[in-house]
Design a protein around this ligand. Structure first.
Ligand code: TPP
Ligand code: MG
Length: 322
């Protein structure tokens, strides 16, 4: 969680310096949701997840390298997408995550397909897919859920209830106050957990992963959390009441877990400071490495974008002046 938060803070600095080329989507306050759920997968067994733009923590748990994330955001030629995509839409099958197509529910049918493949091949692997509160009101979510449910696929669906879809509050886009109840409509197991308690997230996901692996089908887990930043860095959250932000800041998942770790005697304060220092050093090196690297040559902009590069001048871009 610390690595996730600090990496995003470094990205915010780079964004303000104009070095992050596209948008920057923060998961501030939602780190426990990403990290706790991804930890519940069995990476050794080949489990897979599909992240959204706010699941940097899940990618890091699966083994994505911070330097690659920095390269993505800075559109470096060395990035996993060679500078063609500017945030977290990249996949790494070796590390167990696929690239997202869209934030708006489309990954639910895709992961239904991935887990159907596990089933057809007789593999005891589990898939996990994230979906936002807003995305749960899309047709893609509905079709994916229904298919996965009726086929009893080994899929865990993490519904991240962070209160907002862009500037739209939950109440303005669904009449169902408890998103876990949507599970009833599909005939799947469903539960709610405190998304800002990393242990609670881990335990709920672990149960769901176990059921999926045993052939007991889909579980929908609603994680109650909160988006403490705007939709992306360009969004100043003018529509968000200040008291709401303060209330959720007081439930910060990292502060809560750090306090618990010390209280239970698992680690002392010095060990926690040591983790912070290690993360800072690792990221100093990663930022320096990524910053020194070049962006792609403009002449290569279309390489690996089209399966067969267009030979005719296309109507939607000019090949040259004149
Ligand atoms: C088809 C489509 N429409 C709109 C968008 C722009 N968009 C991206 S994320 C988002 C809101 C998603 O809200 P939610 O599902 O609650 O996820 P959160 O951002 O809170 O993580 C929108 C409108 C998009 N990516 N694709
Ligand atoms: Mg949301």
């Amino acid at each position: 969680m610390r690595l996730t938060r600090t990496l995003e803070e470094r990205l915010t600095n780079l964004y303000r310096q104009g070095r992050v080329v596209g948008g920057l989507f923060r998961s501030l306050g939602q780190e426990a949701d990403s990290v706790g759920s991804a930890y519940a997968l069995d990476r050794g067994a080949g489990d897979m997840l599909s992240p959204l733009i706010r699941n940097l923590g899940s990618l890091l748990v699966m083994g994505a390298r911070p330097v690659d994330v920095l390269r993505q955001y800075m559109a470096k030629a060395t990035s996993p997408t060679r500078g063609r995509e500017l945030n977290l839409h990249f996949g790494d099958l070796g590390r167990g995550f696929i690239g997202q197509i869209s934030h708006l529910g489309d990954m639910v049918p895709v992961m239904a397909g991935v887990t159907l493949t596990f089933r057809l091949r007789g593999e005891r692997r589990v898939g996990l897919v994230y979906v936002g509160d807003g995305a749960m009101s899309t047709g893609a979510f509905h079709e994916g859920m229904n298919f996965a449910a009726v086929r009893r696929l080994p899929l865990v669906v993490i519904a991240e209830n962070n209160g907002y879809a862009y500037s739209t509050t939950l109440e303005r886009q669904t009449a169902v106050a408890q998103l876990a109840r949507k599970g009833l409509a599909y005939g799947v197991e469903a539960e709610r957990a405190d998304g800002n308690d990393v242990v609670a997230v881990y335990e709920a996901t672990r149960r769901a992963v176990g059921r999926a692996r045993e052939g007991d089908g889909v579980t929908l887990i609603e994680l109650l959390t909160y988006r403490r930043k705007g939709h992306a860095e360009h969004d100043d959250q003018h529509y968000v009441p200040r008291e709401e932000l303060a209330a959720w800041q007081a439930r910060d998942p990292i502060d809560r877990y750090a306090a618990r770790v010390v209280e239970e005697g698992w680690l002392d304060a010095a060990a926690l400071t040591g983790i912070d220092r290690r993360v800072a050093h690792e990221l100093d090196a990663a930022v320096a490495e990524a910053e020194a690297e070049p962006q792609p040559e403009p002449a290569t902009a279309l390489d690996a974008v089209y399966a067969a590069p267009a030979r005719m001048p296309a109507a939607w871009y000019r090949e040259s002046r004149g």
